[in-house]
Write a protein that binds this ligand. Sequence first.
Ligand code: GAL
Length: 696
Amino acid sequence: MSPPGILALIIVSFCAASLCATAAQVTYDNRAIIIDGKHRVLVSGSIHYPRSTTQMWPDLMKKSREGGLDAIETYVFWNAHEPARRQYDFSGNLDLVRFLKTIQEEGLYAVLRIGPYVCAEWNYGGFPVWLHNMPGIQMRTDNDVFKNEMQNFTTLIVDMVKKEKLFASQGGPVILAQIENEYGNVMSSYGDEGKAYMNWCANMAQSLDIGVPWIMCQQNDAPEPIISTCNGWYCDQYQPPRSNIPKMWTENWTGWYKNWGGKDPHRTAEDLAFAVARFYQLGGTFQNYYMYHGGTNFGRSAGGPYITTSYDYDAPLDEYGNLNQPKWGHLKQLHDLLHSMEDILTTGNVSYVDLGDSAFGTIYSKEGGSSCFLANVDSGNDKTINFQGMNYTVPAWSVSILPDCQNVAYNTAKVSTQTSVMVKKANVAEEEPNSLKWSWRPEMNEKTILLGKGDVTTDQILDQKEAANDLSDYLFYMTSLDLKKDDPVWTHNMTLRVKSSGQILHAFVNGELIGSQWAKNGGERFVFEQNVKLNHKKNTISLLSATVGFTNYGAFFDTAPSGITGPVELIGYRGDDETIVKDLSSQKWSYKTGLEGLNQKLYSSPSLKWQQDSFPVNRTLTWYKSSFKAPLGTDPVVVDLLGMGKGLAWVNGNSIGRYWPSFIAEGDCKLEPCDYRGSYDSNKCLSNCGRPSQRW
Ligand code: GAL
């Protein structure tokens, strides 16, 4: 019934075309992924939602589509979503559903790599550290405790995506999903249990009934109907392990990641295009750039140890979302061309010709038409190749594509896109001064350090993961010591020796800092040894250990030690040849997680008192604060942290990650000239020697 005077209301249901897409059928055969009956050439790119901000997503998607991508691939980050057991977070840049919808709005497909082990240079490979602390758990193997948690999280993600109708089978963008990650690389270390676990993963995934195919990367024995895929800088020589699956490449590494102390990686546009063209020349059908946009390891998400906050990766879209030219443009041309040849590449007859002298031709033909690829894989010499009665000059380490088998439309080594040079400009918003005005506060741990009393006490040295449960980088290990006059270790020359598995140690004795040390060379183990002055009353030893990302890769990576692993020893030297060692490892140890300022959220409570005068430099454990007006315009904004030591930074209460600009990239870059020719690896074409690994 309508109230008097109001006509019946007609409700019209409508939605944007891209959001109302009808269900699509995704299948495959030995040639390609087939969407609604059509064999597809699919070009995809990895973008990880937590490594960018929600505001950036629409623009990243737009630039991806314009760059000729069909799909966006992302991992799902378990430890970010389930920071404490059964407590979930999908807010802000963890809003996976919103990310997938943004992909769909741009008319792109999505590839959902649930893992939930992901590696990804992400803290602990994406595993929540509470998992490590569950009794009886063994990860990534046939262990019920682990499998139960993995299944719980995987199901949660699948249900969430289903509920929002985001699988292609429901009209959504997700055309493929991945379970586990590169398990085949480590499976043999887990013996029979490893194989059983892999089969369990496959069955568990299949039982979730998502209506699109599942993939497993680097898993040649992935059981039917799961598709095994390849990862690497090159996958042209890769042969799918079963004759009924297409040749797919889930990670084409567009560059490489960076460590603290490491140089800037660079993979040339020519070599990347070469790898892609060779892949499609040799029957490839789906290829994904890892990364297409690498982004930023905000907060404490960087893995490790020692992965930098920047995850730029030298990807086609740079850390801030700008086009990384000529890479982006050179690849776009290639994608457009491959797409124009989609039908013949995925359904035509193929013949391969060895033209001798490192030259190879491929002819795809169908109903009178044909398309060709001509490769010169010699890493030093350009060649004139006679192919089907014509001469072609093909530069070294390159592929020419001839859509009509006569005219070269593209050569991977001939770059016509202009190189972009990004400049960083100082903030000129409303006459902001060039250098910021800073205030400071001491960290307020004096009491903890002096009294040596924390929240938990044990009579052994705990691994940092166990004691701090990944709630902070920082953990105090504290013990007290009553040294009697007749203790054998008591000499005039005593040192404190601490074995640490990384990455940073500040040692305090009776409230005084006696020394600091950090792990060089990738952040592994180190031994700290420093002279100590003790007294005959009670002495307090407070060791502040800070980690810089937990290990994320390798068989049993989850059991890699972290923090102070011991022993902690007092050493008395008497004369030249007598050394007395007192092991303190099984004393009573007291633990405190985090710093006082962190626990009190100093970074978001401006009301506390900060000092302006006697500005300290080279002072351990200090908070610094400044304010600035946002720069005008819409360009990305970066913070220059040159001059800082090591720490964590926040802007408006958001943690933008760790900084360590005092960590210099060592070595001589000139010894490593950059030639696009020949196989790329992460030691090639490095730059930024002698400068901070990451300044911005
Ligand atoms: C792969 C792994 C990715 C990433 C990559 C290196 O082995 O699957 O997650 O870690 O290496 O960037």
